[in-house]
Ligand binder design. Structure first.
Ligand SMILES: Cc1cc2nc3c(=O)[nH]c(=O)nc-3n(C[C@H](O)[C@H](O)[C@H](O)COP(=O)(O)O)c2cc1C
Length: 204
């Protein structure tokens, strides 16, 4: 990351953005609720058109993760052709256990505004911007996080099962905790060079 000529604040921001990684191997230590609350508060500073603030959160720890896993399993059962075969029972068990991979699960949903001139894609974009804030803030305070999704996020019954309003949509599940120091992370996926992603016009 080229930080030449940048202020200390700018360097800190650039560093945080460029060193954040998805980390799924976490210890069982549960972060303080106060710390989790502080990182969640950063979501509300994300940009959102017409200031609808569509983001909503359900923060699970302890046994609540087990009940959350049961929601995932019920969703999977609705998608399985025969949920009682041995292989189905195996995938159900693995689905049910997913939320136990982190001490904290932040379920992020959007409750789209029904005001005129508000579009669902912009509400979703705002929710995603909020998640990025949450991930960066988590990284800044030494927490590890990964944004996960899966077929359950497209299951229309899931938002209400998690207690969100019926019109809500799940944006993702943020698995949060402290990084497992014994785990060597995956190599950082290559990023496309700016020459590939960006065209410049009107520059001399
Ligand atoms: C919308 C969205 C959904 C994602 N879903 C998953 C997921 O289900 N499982 C997972 O391991 N990672 C998931 N990720 C994380 C990406 O795999 C990860 O960001 C990508 O590999 C780049 O790695 P990095 O975050 O370490 O830079 C998701 C990311 C986004 C933005």
């Amino acid at each position: 990351m080229d930080t030449k000529g940048l202020s200390a604040t700018a360097v800190a921001v650039f560093e945080a953005i460029s060193t954040r990684r998805s980390i799924g191997r976490l210890t069982t230590e549960c972060p303080d609720r106060d710390l989790v609350e502080r990182v969640i508060r950063t979501t509300s500073f994300a940009p959102n058109h017409r200031h609808t603030q569509p983001w909503r959160f359900l923060v699970l720890a302890g046994d609540a993760r087990v009940r959350g896993g049961e929601v995932l399993e019920r969703s999977l059962v609705r998608r399985l052709e025969d949920p009682e075969t041995p292989s189905s029972l195996e995938v159900r068990q693995s689905e049910r256990a997913k939320f136990l991979r982190a001490p904290v699960i932040v379920i992020v949903a959007i409750e789209p505004s029904n005001a005129p001139n508000v579009s669902l894609d912009e509400e979703t974009a705002a929710g995603a911007a909020g998640v990025q804030n949450l991930l960066l803030a988590s990284h800044a305070v030494g927490l590890a996080a990964v944004w996960r999704t899966g077929d359950s996020v497209r299951d229309e019954s899931v938002p209400t099962e998690f207690g969100f309003a019926p019109s809500s949509m799940i944006i993702g599940y943020v698995y949060l905790g402290y990084p497992d120091p014994g785990h060597v992370g995956k190599p950082r996926p290559d990023r496309l060079p700016i020459e590939t992603t960006t065209r410049w016009e009107g520059w001399t």
